[in-house]
Design a protein around this ligand. Sequence first.
Ligand code: SF4
Length: 373
Amino acid sequence: MTTEIHSLHHRLLAWFRTHQRPLPWRGGYDPYHVWVAEIMGQQTQMDRVVSYFRRWIQAFPHIKSLAEAPEDDVLKLWEGLGYYHRARNLHACAQKLMAEHHGRLPADRNALLRLPGIGPYTANAIASIAFNQDYPVLDANVRRVFCRLFDVGDPPRQATGYLQRQARLLLPAGRARDWNQALMELGALVCTPRRPTCAACPISSQCEAREQGTVAVRPVPAGRQRTVTIVMATGVIVANGKIFIQKRLPTDVWPNLWEFPGGRLLAGEEPCAAMQREVLEETGFHLRQIRKLATVRHSYTIYRVTLHGFAALLAGETTIPVHLPAAQEYRWVRPADLDRYAFPAGHRQLVARLAKSQAFQELLRRTDKATRR
Ligand code: SF4
């Protein structure tokens, strides 16, 4: 058994030395870089992580600059990655590191666990990859590799205890940084979810699923997840060449992001009528010359959202005399300035459509002319 484990270590670590991707946080393994990459990598494809990571480090080159940044700037840089609580936790964590750890990540797993947004998985990843301490990691790639390597007959979630024991057992002392990354890299590049390239796998001779002919059915799929369909309508309101946006409440889904006013359709309600009702409820605005802009779709967690977007002119004053019931503040902004604000995915898709929408451009021209008269 020991010889087999040594052989596994030797083969996989040798493969990792020559096949690892040149990711920007590899090399120096700056703990701040490792931490940001780990948080970004949760629920995000690696090629997207790399481009976001580069922009992030350029804007916030160290923990101090992240701690001192306005939250709007942090959310804007995160825009498109989704799961915004990750960005907020990075921000809050940077502030705590400045206040309690001299602006550095502690090289201690228990201290890491006391920081915002750092749970057991992330603490192990930082402790092993940034500080080369002997902690295993079990992300989706590693689970898949293990389910095949040990030919596990249960779905990964049900087999968690067994997989964790195997992960601890296999960890080579003093090599956690390379070993954990080698497993993750193997899952990302070779032992992929569909059609793994077993012929190119450095550990194929020790893979039980390959020996048993069960690779195609490992990991065993979990039961189908329930999904929830949501239909919403929103209004891009134009006045004086500017567009109305509002900042979501801190207690909302997507807290502190910017949006156009709108909400869910009631039973039997048409999207346009729903949009007008929601705009009236949220802002007190009446609208005229309403035009369909686009219907966009996006998903998050179990939700499948269809968002009907409309553009319209404001009928009346641009000020809101009363307290906003569904937002913490509002602004009128030029279309070109929308890119400075962070929007949830569906609203960001609508922003991207504005420049190409003849209906919207026509409405904008009318208000611009009216403003100049
Ligand atoms: S032999 Fe195939 S299934 Fe087994 S670990 Fe390698 S790539 Fe994965």
